[in-house]
Structures are given as structure tokens and as C-alpha cells.
Design a protein around this ligand. Structure first.
Ligand SMILES: *Cc1c(COP(=O)(O)O)cnc(C)c1O
Length: 383
């Protein structure tokens, strides 16, 4: 059966001897814009492509403001800082995510770091609204202004759900739970640019959201990220902090905070503009590819393809299947490797790593179940 899966994947990418998991496509105006950026001499953080990219992100997502950053991790760190997370606070996130989600939380405070890991749903693979509510009901108490963790006594400043592999999580329910308890909602939409729930784009439900433009994401500018928000003050604060907190002045260097050199260079923004122009076309192709996988796996006993959740439209950044158990998972990945196909398991759950082993978690039953069974399959846009 694994041989049939491999043959099918090769038939999706007939021109490829080796099929990678996800490779970028530069088939638009990338070279033209890059040359213009070089000719302008504005290659660093000031330049017309940075502004144009931010406007394009607002147009595409419907967000009010966008602030471009050097990468998605820097965008997350900045969003948490301007979103009200301070030294000593706690942030709720999910165990099934890329390590950057929790690292950005850790950057916000001195040791010890305090992400709390809340289980995911099996269907969305993102943070579970039900598990979030159960955790908050059982482990926190509400003061007049804050939500406090009864065990640690710390303030729960923010909730940071992630839209796994591009599939939207139950973000409206999570929004309502956070609003009720005065918890800032910040979305890690690094993987889900262009995905929506009830017609609204992921990344635009929270006070702030972020996207990544790393080389393996749906569109890329080498390295890059962006923060989106509808709050003008938060956007201004994010822009200030990412540009070394320099006060506007024609020539004096006055900095009113310890800021960061997190601004996206113009040369990367040139690439980002060209990529964003092709995003609708890329997503159309990825959705068609997902359809072909779905049809194929309908006939394959024991392997179930992960489809977009109800009421959602996914960008299908990375296609995923659920295997019967971890042995079957490993066997599929090995069969793919032997057939020159790159397939991958999900990330190790963050609290299983020594760097996050001290953190509080719930039972994480679904995250454990999924992490034993997920296989990501090649998902590059086809030419
Ligand atoms: C890619 C990714 C990031 C980080 O983005 P970089 O641009 O690589 O820094 C953060 N969170 C998640 C879930 C990601 O997949």
C-alpha cells in the first residue's frame, strides 16, 4: 500500500526525481522587483517595497494595519510585547506547534518562562476551545481586572493559538472565551495566510496576529514576517519597537525604550510583494492538490486525509494524513524516503522537550494522539 502512495505522490510531481515537502515558486515579478530595490540603493529597512508590502497585506487580509518584520518569530515576539505580555506573566498556547510559538513567549520575560500548554482539537489540530475553557474554569480565578493562574499566582496575559498546517482552529469560540476573561488574544497565523473561517481571515480575529514568510511557507521572501492589527496605537508601538525605538527626528539619535532591529529589509520586501501578487494563484493550486490527495486517500484503508474544518477555507499549506498508529506513521515516512519523497511527522510536542518540560499543561490527549499519527506530505505549488 505504501508503494501505491509513493507512486501517487510521484504522479503529482512528474518532473521531480526527488519530491521535497515544500519548495518556493518564483514565477512572478520577483527578479524585476529585486533589481529595482538594488537600483534604488534602499536595500535595508527603509524603502518603498516595505510600505507597499504592508499595504498589500492589509488589502489581502482585511486588517487595518500591518508592520513588516525580519521573520515570523520576531513578529510574534513584538506582538506579545505590544499585546500586553510582561515579565512574569503567563501565556496560554498549544503543545502541537513549531517551537517558535513558545520561544517568542519565553523572550518576553526573564527565566523561568511560563507558557501553559492547552490541548488541540483532533479535527482542526489547533487549540481546542473546549480544552481552553476547561483549563480556565479549573485552574484560574478572575480578579477585577485579570485572569490569574491559581497554581502559580501569575496573570494570564495572553492566549496564543496557532492555525496548524494552515487549517483554522475554532477561533471565534476562543475569541469569546478570552474576551470574557480579559485575556489578550494573539494569533500565530504563521502557516495560515489566506485561510479563513466564516469568510474572515485567520490572523485578524485577535488583537494582533502574525504571518511568516520563511522559505518553507506558502509564500516567502527569504526571511520575513508581518504583524497585523486593527488597533492604530498597537501598530504604531510595534513599528516603533521594531525600529530600535528611535524617536522621529531629522538627525538626532534618541531612543525611548530598548528596542529591536526587527524591521523587514526593503530587498526582502521586494520579493514579498512579488510573491503576494501570486498568492491567490498558489492557494488555488494548493486547494486543487489537496482535493487530489483527498480523493486518493478515500480508497486507502487506514489512512485518513485531513480536510479543512467545517465553515473554513484552508490554504492547505502542508497536507497531512492521520495514520493508525506511530509504527504505521514511521513506515510511511520510511517508504517515502526510500522512494525519494520527503514526508515528515508533526513536531515533537513542546512539553516533551527539556526546554519546556517544566511548563504546566492539561492532559494534551488529542495533541499526543495526533503527534503519534500525523504525516505531512509534499505540498509545493505545481507549475
Ligand atoms: C514558521 C513558523 C513560525 C516562525 O516563523 P519564522 O519566519 O520562521 O521565524 C512561527 N510559528 C509557526 C507555527 C510557524 O510555523
Amino acid at each position: 500500500m505504501y508503494n501505491e502512495v509513493c507512486a501517487f505522490i510521484h504522479s503529482l510531481y512528474p518532473e521531480k526525481e526527488f519530491v521535497p515537502l515544500h519548495e518556493p515558486r518564483f514565477i512572478g515579478r520577483e527578479k524585476e522587483y529585486l533589481c529595482k530595490a538594488v537600483d534604488s540603493t534602499f536595500v535595508s529597512s527603509v524603502g518603498e517595497y516595505v510600505n507597499r508590502f504592508e499595504e498589500m497585506v492589509c488589502d489581502y487580509t482585511g486588517a487595518g494595519y500591518a508592520v513588516a518584520t525580519v521573520n515570523g518569530t520576531a513578529a510574534l515576539h513584538t506582538a506579545l510585547m505590544v499585546g500586553g505580555v510582561r515579565n512574569g506573566d503567563e501565556v496560554l498556547t498549544q503543545p502541537l506547534t513549531f517551537v517558535a510559538t513558545a520561544n517568542a513567549v519565553s523572550y518576553c520575560r526573564a527565566r523561568p518562562v511560563w507558557p501553559v500548554f492547552i490541548d488541540v482539537d483532533r479535527d482542526t489540530m489547533g487549540m481546542s476551545a473546549a480544552a481552553l475553557k476547561t483549563f480556565l474554569d479549573n485552574n484560574t480565578e478572575q480578579t477585577t481586572s485579570d485572569c490569574r493562574n491559581k497554581e502559580s499566582g501569575r496573570r494570564i496575559a495572553a492566549c496564543l493559538p496557532m492555525h496548524t498546517f494552515g487549517h483554522p482552529c475554532r477561533i471565534e469560540e476562543i475569541t469569546a472565551i478570552c474576551q470574557e476573561r480579559n485575556i489578550n488574544l494573539i494569533e500565530d497565523a504563521a502557516e495560515s495566510l489566506g485561510s479563513s473561517r466564516h469568510g474572515r481571515q485567520t490572523g485578524t480575529f485577535g488583537r494582533l496576529g502574525i504571518y511568516s514568510f520563511n522559505g518553507n511557507k506558502t509564500i516567502t521572501c527569504g526571511g520575513g514576517g508581518v504583524i497585523v492589527t486593527d488597533d492604530e496605537k498597537l501598530a504604531a508601538r510595534a513599528k516603533h519597537l521594531t525600529t530600535t525605538a528611535k524617536m522621529p527626528h531629522p538627525y538626532l539619535y534618541e531612543h525611548d525604550a530598548i528596542g529591536f532591529n526587527y524591521r523587514l529589509p526593503n530587498i526582502n520586501a521586494a520579493l514579498a510583494c512579488a510573491q503576494l501578487e501570486n498568492l491567490p494563484r498558489f492557494i488555488a493550486d494548493k486547494r486543487q492538490l489537496a482535493g487530489e490527495y483527498r480523493n486518493f486517500f478515500k480508497e486507502t484503508a487506514g489512512i485518513s486525509f485531513v480536510s479543512e474544518p467545517e465553515s473554513c477555507r484552508s490554504n492547505y499549506w502542508l497536507n497531512a494524513v492521520i495514520m493508525p498508529d506511530s509504527t504505521a506513521r514511521d513506515n510511511l515516512i520510511k517508504a517515502c524516503a526510500a522512494s525519494n519523497i520527503m514526508a515528515r511527522p508533526a513536531w515533537n510536542l513542546l512539553p516533551t522537550m527539556p526546554i519546556y518540560a517544566h511548563c504546566q499543561t492539561d492532559e494534551m490527549a488529542n495533541a499526543v494522539w495526533l503527534s503519534e499519527r500525523i504525516v505531512n506530505l509534499p505540498s509545493s505549488v505545481r507549475l
